[in-house]
Design a protein around this ligand. Structure first.
Ligand code: HEC
Ligand code: HEC
Ligand code: HEC
Length: 655
C-alpha cells in the first residue's frame, strides 16, 4: 500500500509538471507572439529578450593585459628605441646596443603611434583610446603636454615646414587627419581623409604628408571598392590630392622614399566580387605595393609569388639611401625586402598597360623582392636605425621586438617586453585569428577581412553560384559574443561552427582549424567589445539624439496612428544589445537571395560598420530608409520628415 501510494504521488507529480510544461509552452508561445507581434515563431527561449545585460557579456569582463608592442621610434643618435605598449598603457625605452629595457613609464589612453622630433628631445605619442596626443620629454619621460585630436588616432608624423614645426595625425575612427602646430601645441586643421586613416609619412622637405587609409570607401552596390591615399599640405593643412588605390584595402603603412620622390603604400588587392571558390587560383586577395610617383602616377605592383603569399602587409620602412624597402607581413610572419633600384628599373621600362595589370602578375615580384626574413608572430610596426643598419620589427603577439642586421639580413636578437601571453586563451586565440597559415598557401587570415575584429567594409561572393549572386556584407565581430545565431541568414548556432567547419569549407581550402585552437579563437572573439561601449553609456544624449531615441522606441506616430508591434524598431533591435536574435523579413530580399529571413543584427557600434544590410547595398545608414526604404516593412518610416530621419541616425550613432 505504501508502495502504491508512492507511485500514485510520483505519477501525479509527473503529470502535474507535464501539465505545467505544456501550459508553460503555450504561455511562452503566446507571450512571444504578443511581444514580437508575429504569429509564426513558436517557442523561443526566454533569454532572447530577457536576462540580457551588457555587464554579463563576455567582452565586459576584465582580461589579461599584454606588453604587445605597437609603434616604434629610434632616437636620431640610434642609441635608444621607444616602444608603445597600448594594451598596458605604457611606453618602454630600450637600449639598442644591449637590447635591454631601460625605462618604462605609464602613458594613459592606449599609446599606439610614436614620432620623435629631429633633435630627439620630444616624443609625440598618439593615444588611441583617449583621442589625444601626449608630448613627452625624452630625458625624464615626463608628460609635458597633451592635446585632443579626432577619434582613435593611431599614427603620427613630425615635419619641419617653412611655416613651423607640424604634427600630422591619422584619426582612424573619425576618418580624418589632424594637423597640429608644435609651438604652441594647437590643432590647425582637421581634414576628411578616406576611410580609417591609419598611417602617415612626410616628404623629407615636409611639403606633403601622405596618409594611407586602411579601408576602402563604401562603393555603389556591385562596384569596385577603392581605398585612398590622401595627400595633405602639413604647413596649412590643405588637401593636395586624393589618389585612389584601385580595388585595395588594409593599407596600414606608408613610407616616403628619399631621393626618388616616391611614396610607397602596402595594400591588399581584393577581388571580393569574384566567387570565393577561386581561392586556389589566388583570386581572393593578394598583397601589393602602391608606388606613387609624383602627384598623379600610381602603380600597384605585387609582393606575392604564385605559390607563396605574404598576407596582411602592415608597416613599411625605407632606408635612408632610398635603396631598400622593408614590408612586414602580419599574417605570414615575414618581412619582404624590396630592392628599389630594381623596382625603379622595372617601372621605367614598363608601358602604361603593363603597369595597369602588374598587380595581377604574380611572377613579377621576383624582379624586385630580394629576400624574405622570417619573424615571430604578427609583426605590425617597424623602424630603422638612422644609419639604416638595424631594422626593428614589433612582433605584436610575442611581446617582443625583433632586431635584424640589414647588411646580412640575419637576426641580431630580441628586445623582450613581456612573456608572450601563451597562458591566456584570448591571446592564443588572437594568434589563430591573425595567422594566414590556416588558408591555402597563406593567402589570408581572419584579420584580412576583419581587421581588429571589425569589418573591412566589403561584400563578398561566398558561393560558387555565379558572379555577383548572393553577395554577403561583412559583419563586425566587435560585440559578436552571445549574439547567436551567426551569419546573416542565422544558420550557424555557435562561433565554433561559424569559424570551424564553415570557414574551412568555404574559405580556407585546407584542413579545418584544430579543436583546441578553435576554442581559443572563440575566447578571442568573445573578448572583443563593441567600440567604446563603456564611454558611450556615460554620454548624455543631445536634443537631436534624444528625439531620435524617441523615434526608435515609438509605438504610435505623432498623428496618433499605432505602429504595429512587429514594425517598432525596439521589438527586433531590443536593448541592451539591440537585437532579439531572431530572424525577420523586413522586405530586403533581392531577386538573387534564396530567403527573405535575415538575422536582426545587433546595433552596438553600428555607425562604424558601413555598408549596411545583408548584401551591403546601403552605403550609409540614411540609405536604409531613403533609397532602400521598403514600404514600411523595416520599421514604419513613411511618416518621418527629413529632420526626423537625421535625428534617428544621430541616435543610432550613439549605440
Ligand atoms: C521576443 C521577446 C520575448 C521573449 C522571447 C520572452 N519575452 Fe517575456 N517579455 C517581453 C517583453 C517585451 C515584455 C514586456 C516588459 C519588458 O519589456 O521587459 C516581457 C515581459 C515578461 C514578463 C512580465 C509579464 C508580462 O507578460 O508582461 C514575464 C513574467 C516574462 N516576460 C517572462 C518570460 C518568459 C518566462 C519567457 C520565456 C518563456 C519570455 N518572457 C520570453 C519579451 C519577450
Ligand atoms: C574573405 C573575407 C573573410 C574572411 C577571411 C573571414 N571572414 Fe568572417 N565574415 C566575412 C563575411 C562576408 C561575413 C558575413 C557572412 C554571412 O553572414 O554569411 C562574415 C561573418 C563572420 C562571423 C559571423 C558574425 C555574425 O554576427 O553573424 C564570424 C563569427 C566570423 N565571420 C568570424 C571569422 C573568423 C574567426 C575568421 C577566420 C577564421 C573569418 N571570419 C574570416 C568575411 C570574412
Ligand atoms: C521585424 C524586425 C525589425 C524591425 C521592426 C526593425 N528592424 Fe532593423 N533590421 C532587421 C533585420 C532582419 C535586418 C537585416 C536585414 C537585411 O540585412 O536585409 C535589420 C537591419 C537593420 C540595420 C542595418 C544593420 C547592418 O548591420 O547592416 C539597421 C541600422 C536597423 N535595422 C535599424 C532599424 C531601425 C532604426 C528600425 C526602426 C525604424 C528597425 N531597424 C526596425 C529587423 C528589424
Amino acid at each position: 500500500m505504501k508502495r502504491r501510494g508512492y507511485i500514485a504521488l510520483m505519477l501525479a507529480a509527473l503529470m502535474g509538471s507535464a501539465g505545467l510544461g505544456v501550459g508553460g509552452y503555450f504561455w511562452s508561445v503566446g507571450h512571444v507572439r504578443r511581444w514580437t507581434g508575429r504569429p509564426e515563431l513558436g517557442y523561443v527561449g526566454c533569454n532572447h529578450c530577457h536576462f540580457v545585460s551588457l555587464e554579463k557579456m563576455p567582452w565586459s569582463h576584465p582580461r589579461p593585459r599584454h606588453a604587445a608592442p605597437a609603434g616604434l621610434a629610434v632616437t636620431p643618435d640610434g642609441t635608444r628605441l621607444f616602444v608603445a605598449l597600448d594594451d598596458r598603457d605604457e611606453l618602454a625605452e630600450a637600449d639598442t646596443a644591449t637590447r635591454k629595457i631601460t625605462r618604462r613609464v605609464a602613458v594613459a589612453g592606449g599609446p599606439f603611434g610614436l614620432a620623435l622630433d629631429p633633435t630627439g628631445e620630444r616624443l609625440y605619442v598618439v593615444c588611441r583610446d583617449a583621442d589625444r596626443v601626449a608630448v613627452l620629454d625624452t630625458r625624464d619621460l615626463r608628460e609635458l603636454d597633451s592635446i585632443e585630436v579626432g577619434t582613435a588616432p593611431v599614427s603620427i608624423a613630425f615635419g619641419r615646414t617653412p611655416a613651423g614645426d607640424r604634427l600630422v595625425v591619422a584619426n582612424s575612427m573619425s576618418d580624418n587627419v589632424s594637423v597640429l602646430s608644435v609651438a604652441p601645441l594647437e590643432e590647425l586643421a582637421r581634414r576628411e581623409a578616406g576611410r580609417e586613416p591609419y598611417a602617415v609619412a612626410l616628404a623629407a622637405d615636409a611639403s606633403v604628408a601622405y596618409v594611407a587609409n586602411r579601408l576602402a570607401i563604401p562603393a555603389d552596390y556591385l562596384s569596385r571598392p577603392d581605398a585612398e591615399l590622401t595627400l595633405i599640405d602639413p604647413a596649412g593643412g590643405r588637401i593636395l590630392a586624393r589618389h585612389p588605390l584601385i580595388s585595395a584595402h588594409l593599407s596600414e603603412g606608408v613610407a616616403v622614399v628619399p631621393h626618388r620622390g616616391w611614396a610607397l603604400t602596402p595594400l591588399i588587392q581584393v577581388r571580393n566580387l569574384v566567387p570565393i571558390t577561386q581561392v586556389v587560383q589566388g583570386w581572393v586577395m593578394s598583397t601589393g605595393l602602391a608606388v606613387s610617383q609624383g602627384r598623379d602616377a600610381v602603380t600597384q605592383v605585387p609582393l606575392d609569388e604564385a605559390n607563396a603569399f605574404f598576407a596582411d602587409p602592415a608597416a613599411i620602412v625605407v632606408d635612408p639611401a632610398g635603396q631598400r624597402a622593408y614590408v612586414v607581413s602580419a599574417g605570414s610572419d615575414a618581412v619582404s625586402v624590396v630592392d628599389l633600384d630594381k623596382l625603379g628599373h622595372w617601372l621605367a621600362h614598363a608601358d602604361a598597360a603593363t603597369r595597369q595589370d602588374a598587380i595581377h602578375d604574380l611572377s613579377l615580384a621576383a624582379e624586385y623582392v630580394v629576400a624574405r626574413i622570417p619573424t615571430g608572430r604578427n609583426p605590425r610596426h617597424a623602424a630603422l636605425s638612422p644609419d639604416g643598419r638595424a631594422l626593428f620589427v614589433s612582433e605584436r603577439l610575442e611581446d617582443r621586438v625583433l632586431v635584424v642586421d640589414t647588411a646580412s639580413l640575419q637576426p641580431l636578437g630580441h628586445i623582450v617586453l613581456g612573456d608572450g601571453g601563451a597562458a591566456d586563451p584570448i591571446r592564443r586565440g588572437e594568434r589563430v585569428f591573425t595567422k594566414a597559415a590556416h588558408t591555402f598557401q597563406n593567402q589570408f587570415s581572419c584579420r584580412s577581412c576583419h581587421p581588429d575584429g571589425h569589418v573591412d567594409g566589403l561584400s563578398y561572393d561566398f558561393d560558387g553560384d555565379g558572379i555577383g549572386d548572393n553577395l554577403l556584407d561583412n559583419r563586425t565581430l566587435q560585440g559578436v559574443g552571445k549574439t547567436e545565431p551567426f551569419k546573416w541568414i542565422g544558420k550557424n548556432p555557435s562561433l565554433e561552427v561559424q569559424c570551424g567547419p564553415r570557414f574551412a569549407r568555404v574559405l580556407m581550402r585546407t584542413d579545418p582549424i584544430p579543436p583546441a585552437d578553435l576554442k581559443d579563437l572563440t575566447a578571442y572573439l568573445e573578448s572583443l567589445p563593441p567600440p567604446r561601449w563603456e564611454r558611450k553609456q556615460q554620454l548624455e544624449l543631445t536634443p537631436a539624439q534624444e528625439r531620435g531615441r524617441r523615434l526608435f522606441f515609438a509605438t504610435v506616430t505623432p498623428a496618433g496612428q499605432p505602429i504595429p508591434r512587429d514594425r517598432q524598431c525596439h521589438t527586433c533591435h531590443r536593448p541592451p544589445l539591440f537585437t532579439n536574435r531572431l530572424l525577420s523579413s523586413v522586405g530586403t530580399k533581392a531577386p538573387t537571395d534564396a530567403t527573405d529571413q535575415f538575422d536582426a543584427p545587433h546595433l552596438l557600434g553600428i555607425a562604424h560598420s558601413a555598408p549596411y544590410l545583408h548584401d551591403g547595398r546601403a552605403k550609409t545608414l540614411e540609405e536604409l530608409w531613403t533609397i532602400y526604404q521598403t514600404n514600411d516593412l523595416h520599421g514604419v518610416s513613411s511618416y518621418w520628415s527629413k529632420h526626423m530621419l537625421n535625428d534617428l541616425i544621430e541616435y543610432l550613432k550613439t549605440l
